[in-house]
Design a protein around this ligand. Structure first.
Ligand code: FES
Length: 163
């Protein structure tokens, strides 16, 4: 079975019970994706599969045959940060940082969803620019927990990245 991770092709022939999360971390050395609850409740393990956010602890590696997976390592680097990552830095959108990779993957998907017409309103005065309310962002990001409670800064970072 083969899959693409961050644009690179990988072959998987391991235990079919291996979660995507364990494969990414232990099989591929992509430790940016974090294991929190391992039960689909915290969002720390969020990655993108074909652009959709997925809790990688809840899906099997073998189910990703032919799919394109993006982890935090594929979104940006220290030298070339994605604008969303730069906004997290600017707004202190983290404290311990453990949830941050999942927050950013989730927010990237949410921003794409909004751009594709999910947003409940589009302002008239900003020439069609998509603007989300804090409540909309909170609702759409509710699957990603931050034990440090940096939620308001996370929202500020996402709002800046969307402008
Ligand atoms: Fe997957 Fe918590 S580790 S949701």
């Amino acid at each position: 079975m083969s899959l693409t991770i961050n644009g690179q092709s990988y072959e998987f022939d391991g235990d079919p019970r291996t979660s995507l999360l364990d494969y990414l971390r232990d099989g591929c050395g992509l430790t940016g994706t974090k294991k929190g609850c391992d039960h689909g409740q915290c969002g720390a393990c969020t990655v993108l599969v074909n652009g959709q956010r997925v809790n990688s602890c809840l899906t099997l590696a073998i189910m990703q045959d032919g799919h394109a997976v993006t982890t935090i390592e594929g979104i940006g680097t220290l030298e070339a940060m994605d604008p969303l990552q730069a906004a997290f830095v600017k707004h202190d959108g983290y404290q311990c940082g453990y949830c941050t990779p999942g927050q950013i993957c989730s927010a990237k998907a949410m921003m794409a969803e909004a751009e594709n017409g999910w947003a409940s309103f589009v302002t008239d005065d900003l020439e069609g620019e998509v603007v989300l309310t804090d409540e909309e962002i909170r609702e759409r990001m509710s699957g990603n927990l931050c034990r440090c409670g940096a939620y308001s800064n996370i929202i500020d970072a996402i709002k800046e990245a969307m402008t």
